[in-house]
Design a protein around this ligand. Structure first.
Ligand code: PBG
Length: 330
């Protein structure tokens, strides 16, 4: 027997007011994190075509951007550094005078309410483009040396904390990276510096534009011996659990819009705050289609960002943060 005409689902969709009242998912600019890329130099603002609207900035021009974002109501930035010189271990990553550290301290000095989160990884700083120090395994394969890399990551995180970072965010996908960083921070007196770990990070084909931006394409091989295989989704649970046990304050799933199932699953199982990273390739797809006139950008971006929120993310790292800050009404 049909419930129609008693049940009419369209009744509750009949006015804007009703639709607004019944909204189950809210997205606020306070939940967004805006990535920002900083390099050496003065007055630099270099656009990277695959990341339309995003630039390599020097510290001075980056600071102007952070001021503008702050005026628009954004509350958090995620900093990535692009060094002038690279070496085998990525030692500029923990140089206290490098661009990331200088920008972090200038933001905290000039715009103290802006939350400074720093990406802790070595791929931007190593000549070979991998996320740590290389070694040759007993079977002859060249691979990233997990435990040697932990020390570099901890040093990098401590140097970011010394520069004023509120949260450090390890993305190297090394086992034990959260524990190593927590120990390093605590020993240096930074008990209150939080860790947002890229816990569930897939070896994705959607990081291409980011690697154009920071110049971190591996010279040989790929990242599949450390980042997760996108066909093996159950490992997400162990990755997230391990990071929480090691002391992660916030965990992350990355990419986001193509991994909504993973976000929802991690959300259900764990009670720590969850971030999701809407990555560069996901950004570029929407941007390109909008530029071609094939998608309405505002509509598409709002819908997809809401979908990430609806799946269970508390925080969203997005290259659309500035536009969303203009579009959202909260
Ligand atoms: C590693 C890192 C990457 C991204 C964030 N941190 C690249 C990678 O793992 O190869 C990708 C982010 C994006 O595509 O937007 N430092």
């Amino acid at each position: 027997m049909s419930v129609f005409p008693t049940r009419r689902l369209r009744r509750l969709r009949s006015s804007q007011t009703l639709r607004d009242m019944l909204t189950e998912v809210r997205l606020s600019r306070h939940q967004l994190i805006a990535p920002l890329f900083v390099r050496e130099g003065q007055g630099v603002k270099m656009e990277i075509p695959s990341m339309m609207g995003h630039y390599q900035h020097s510290v001075d021009t980056a600071l102007d951007v952070v001021r503008r974002w702050s005026d628009k109501g954004l509350r958090a930035v995620l900093l990535f550094g692009i060094p002038d010189t690279k070496d085998a271990v990525g030692s500029i990553a923990w140089d206290g005078d490098a661009a990331t550290q200088r920008l972090a301290s200038e933001i905290k000095a000039g715009i103290p309410d802006m939350l400074v989160i720093t990406d802790v990884c070595l791929c931007e700083y190593t000549g070979h483009g991998h996320c740590g120090t290389l070694y040759t395994r007993p079977d002859g394969q060249v691979d990233v040396d997990n435990d040697a890399t932990l020390e570099s990551l901890a040093r990098t995180a401590v140097s970011h904390a010394q520069a004023g970072a509120d949260i450090v965010s390890p993305s190297a996908a090394m086992d034990g990276q959260v524990a190593a960083i927590r120990t390093g921070l605590d020993e240096a007196g930074f008990q209150s510096t939080a860790i947002m770990s890229y816990s569930v990070k897939f070896a994705s084909n959607l990081y291409g534009p980011f690697r154009d931006m920071v110049g971190s394409v591996p010279q040989s091989g790929d990242r599949r011996s450390y980042q997760m295989d996108f066909r093996s989704v159950r490992q997400s649970i162990l990755e997230a659990q391990s990071d929480i046990d090691e002391g992660a304050d916030i965990i992350m799933v990355k990419p986001a819009a193509t991994y909504l199932d993973v976000i929802a699953d991690v959300r259900r199982r764990f009670n720590v705050p969850l971030a999701a990273y809407h990555v560069s390739g996901e950004f570029a797809m929407i941007k390109a289609a909008s530029q071609a006139g094939w998608l309405d950008e505002r509509g598409a971006v709002t819908e997809i960002t809401m979908a990430i929120k609806r799946a269970g993310a508390d925080l969203i790292i997005t290259y659309f943060a500035e536009q969303l800050a203009e579009w959202l009404d909260e």
